[in-house]
Structure formats: structure tokens, C-alpha cells
Design a protein around this ligand. Structure first.
Ligand SMILES: [Fe+2]
Length: 347
């Protein structure tokens, strides 16, 4: 539904239902789906536009469209910065981190509220490149997890920054190692283990980000029992920020396609996280993460290993890695069915 309004009747946040075209030149002055505000209305007025066709939505729909527009815009701005820094580092150019962290503030705020963020994560994937997708994915997941842990807005923003740039140091390691298809030799693994230090050095040198962010980046591969790297820190030596990035990093790596392995389902990721929470990852952080993330999967479509597609209808809060899936008229309980697997969640 759409309705025609004079420019004076248009309120901030209303959405254009059709392109606004300059009657003289035929140029599109403002495309369909643009969100109108004071500045854009002014611009239209300067072009002597007197009325526009507005999307007529109910408030709930409008909130959702607006939220997605704002989220998409800040997501794209962050991705642009991440890709720019990565490519400039790669080609040896001088780099700089933007001092304006407003986009992280917006993304964190929306990520903390946007219930459909996981679907958004899939939809917003612009670059089909693990390096960027992983930074973006961990940034969003960390903000989400910060919200579930009831952290302050400022801490959530720090988490989304740390998540975005946590692996930027991989740029300093030879591509033949980072993107190797087979298993790594001992020497190659030693090289890979340097990346948190490289990430820390880069972000410390070129940004004004504070110690919380730097520690989270530096220590995202440290593990509670001292088995992590680069320093083998233990227990309390690893900050809460680093533990949160660590959990999101492991989860996102499992559910992503890598050069050496196809992606696994979030249910396998849940099982691995749960098993890791005994010695490696913070058990409380893992529990809050899994308690909350599993809720989002109910209603999603899944692809099964026998080629059939189904819908997740129930996830047991105790056994989160074994949902019930409806395929046609059949209900498959993965607690008892072992002959088929869930390959992936589809949208
Ligand atoms: Fe890493």
C-alpha cells in the first residue's frame, strides 16, 4: 500500500514507495525505499518536488524496515572500513582506522535488539570472502552476546569493534599458509599462532581503541587451561572481553565455509562449544550464548544429509544440539535419529 503526501506532511522515517524523478531531466533524484528525513526532504524541495508517494505500513512493519535500513547502512560502512584496511595493509599502504565509531554504536544497538540478526547475518553478506565475513560475523555475534550478558552499551560497542578487527593480523601471514587446503606443518602452525599478536600490534599502532578492545583482540585464542596462544594465559589472566570474542570466533568459524572444510551446522557448533566449555572456553559465556542463540533457530528451514528440507519446530533447552525437525508430515527427533544429519540452516 502507498499513499501520496505533500512534502509538508511527510514525517521523518517515512519510506519512498517509488523513485522520485526530475520532471525536466528524467533523472532519479531519490530512489524507491529511501528513508526520508529533514535533509532529504530539503533536497527534494530544492528540486521543486511538492509531493511524494510514501509506503503505507503499520508501525511494526515500519520499525522493521527502518531498523533493517539503519543496520544495513552501518554494517556496510564497517565492512568497507575492514576491507579497506585489509587491502591497504596487503599492498603496504599507510592505513588508518576511522575515528568515528558511530557505525559501531548503531550496529551494536541494533544487534542488541534485532531479533532476526542471524538471518540478517546471512543476508548482509556482501563479500564472498571468509576474511571479511568472519570479522563481520564475529563483530555482530559479539555485540549480540554482550546484550545477552547484560553488558553496558559502551561495552557492547567495544565488543563489536574487537570482533570486527580480531583477525586483521592474518594479513601479515603468507596467504599460502592462511588459505592452505591441507593440514599445517608445525612451522606453519607456529606462524598462524602469531596472528593475534599481529592484530594487536596493528590496532594499537593505527587506532585510538582502548585497552579492553586491544586485550580482546590480543587474547582471543587464549584458553582458560593455558593451552591457548600466543602467551598461554590462564583463567583470570584472560579478560571477559577476550573470552566473549573467543566464543563467537569458535562458533562463527564452525558455521562458515573454509578453504579446507565446508561449513557445519549450528547444532554441531553448539556441541563443540559445549564440549570446549569444560576446559577451554568460559562455561558461563558459552551457556548464555547457547541458551539465547538456539531460540532463533526455531522456525528456520534446514537441509538434511538425505537431501530433504525441513523446518525446526522445537529445540530442547538441555539438548540444544539435537532439535526436532518437521519434514512434510514427519517429525524427526535428532536425539534419537543418528542416520541423518542437519547439514545447514537455509533461509
Ligand atoms: Fe583468530
Amino acid at each position: 500500500m502507498a499513499r501520496k503526501l505533500s512534502l509538508y506532511e511527510v514525517e521523518d522515517g517515512m519510506i519512498l514507495a517509488e523513485d522520485v524523478v526530475d520532471e525536466v531531466t528524467g533523472n532519479v533524484l531519490m530512489p524507491k525505499d529511501s528513508v526520508l528525513d529533514f535533509a532529504s526532504k530539503n533536497r527534494l524541495e530544492n528540486y521543486h518536488v511538492h509531493s511524494v508517494l510514501i509506503v503505507d505500513t503499520n508501525d511494526e512493519e515500519k520499525d522493521s524496515i527502518l531498523m533493517n535500513a539503519v543496520l544495513t547502512e552501518s554494517y556496510n560502512a564497517i565492512e568497507e572500513e575492514l576491507v579497506g584496511i585489509y587491502e591497504d595493509l596487503k599492498s603496504g599502504k599507510e592505513i588508518y582506522f576511522s575515528e568515528d565509531d558511530n557505525k559501531f554504536e548503531i550496529l551494536s544497538r541494533e544487534a542488541a535488539e534485532e531479533n532476526d540478526i542471524l538471518s540478517q547475518l546471512y543476508l548482509l553478506k556482501n563479500k564472498d570472502d571468509y576474511t571479511y565475513n568472519h570479522g563481520m560475523g564475529v563483530g555482530v555475534l559479539a555485540a549480540k552476546l554482550g546484550g545477552w550478558l547484560n553488558l553496558s552499551a559502551n561495552d557492547i560497542k567495544k565488543l563489536s569493534i574487537a570482533g570486527t578487527f580480531h583477525d586483521i593480523g592474518k594479513v601479515k601471514i603468507d596467504d599460502s599458509i592462511v588459505f592452505k587446503r591441507g593440514p599445517l606443518t608445525d612451522e606453519e602452525y607456529e606462524e598462524i599462532k602469531k596472528h593475534p599478536q599481529h592484530s594487536y600490534d596493528i590496532v594499537k599502532e593505527y587506532s585510538d581503541y582502548d585497552q579492553d578492545i586491544l586485550d580482546a583482540i590480543h587474547h582471543h585464542h587464549e584458553r582458560l587451561d593455558g593451552s591457548g596462544y600466543p602467551h598461554g594465559l590462564k583463567g583470570d589472566e584472560i579478560s571477559m572481553f577476550a573470552r566473549i570474542i573467543g566464543v563467537c570466533d569458535v562458533y562463527h568459524a564452525i558455521i562458515s565455509n573454509r578453504v579446507y572444510k565446508p561449513k557445519d551446522s549450528p547444532f554441531k557448533a553448539a556441541r563443540i562449544l559445549r564440549e570446549s566449555s569444560f576446559q577451554h572456553l568460559d562455561p558461563y559465556v558459552v551457556r548464555v550464548f547457547l541458551d539465547n542463540i538456539s531460540r532463533f533457530y526455531v522456525g528456520n528451514k534446514v537441509l538434511l544429509s538425505d537431501g530433504r528440507k525441513g523446518t525446526i519446530v522445537y529445540i530442547d533447552q538441555v539438548d540444544r544440539d539435537a532439535p526436532v525437525v518437521k519434514v512434510g508430515e514427519e517429525f524427526i527427533d535428532f536425539k534419537v535419529r543418528r542416520d541423518i544429519k542437519i547439514l545447514e540452516i537455509t533461509i
